[in-house]
Design a protein around this ligand. Structure first.
Ligand code: ATP
Ligand code: MG
Length: 187
């Protein structure tokens, strides 16, 4: 299975979720390869500096799951190549109406590649029990991609994971990522 995270907007959480999904699958005993198509190479650096169980993908090797992190530029060939290769696409967006509206462009690009294939919207950096958290799924449908039921909260431990890897996650964070991961591989 090849899963790509994308959004034409920077800072949505593509790299964070690419790595955390990889960690969750690796923790469950799967062989995970990550392809870092962003020239900033944040994901590469993260994997080099922490113990995650996730490998940087090598051409010719076989993985249970291949995860592709993409740059925040829709015009980039790297984004289009990734969309062509993916079995499922996750558009990551913050739960802000402005960010969601700019995500609409990304949604259109995904749908051009993905007519009838598997693509979904994932809200990241959600603050629980807020009006935005409640209203986002409804707004999400208006940009043309079904939102996943799971949302990812704003948690410091996801930032700590960049330093310390999967083990930096406390139990609620780990549970949240496991639930999101399960939904991503089964939607
Ligand atoms: N759920 C979260 N809770 C707290 N911090 C988060 C969360 N998701 C992302 N961040 C933080 O937000 C910042 C941007 O995240 P990240 O680098 O994953 O975004 P990106 O979409 O890959 O950005 P770029 O487009 O620049 O590659 C990072 O500092 C990251 O630690
Ligand atoms: Mg990134």
């Amino acid at each position: 299975m090849t899963i790509v995270f994308c959004n034409g907007k920077g800072g949505a959480g593509k790299t964070t979720l690419s790595i955390l999904l990889g960690c969750a699958l690796a923790d469950a005993g799967r062989r995970v390869g990550l392809i870092d198509r962003d020239s900033q190479k944040t994901a590469t650096r993260w994997l080099q500096e922490t113990e995650s169980g996730v490998e940087l993908a090598v051409a010719g090797e076989t993985y249970d799951a291949t995860i592709i992190d993409t740059p925040p530029r829709l015009e980039s060939d790297a984004v289009h190549q990734s969309l062509r290769e993916a079995d499922r696409v996750v558009l990551v967006s913050s739960p802000s109406p402005a960010d969601l509206w700019t995500s609409q462009e990304t949604s259109k690009v995904i749908q051009n590649h993905y007519r009838g294939k598997k693509a979904a919207l994932l809200f990241n950096q959600v603050q629980r029990n807020t009006t935005l958290a409640r209203e986002m799924p409804r707004l999400g449908e208006r940009i043309g991609l079904a939102p996943l039921k799971c949302q990812v909260g704003r948690r410091q431990s996801y930032q700590h994971a960049m330093l310390l890897g999967w083990k930096a996650l406390d139990a609620p964070a780990r549970e949240e990522i496991l639930q999101v991961s399960l939904e991503i591989i089964t939607f």
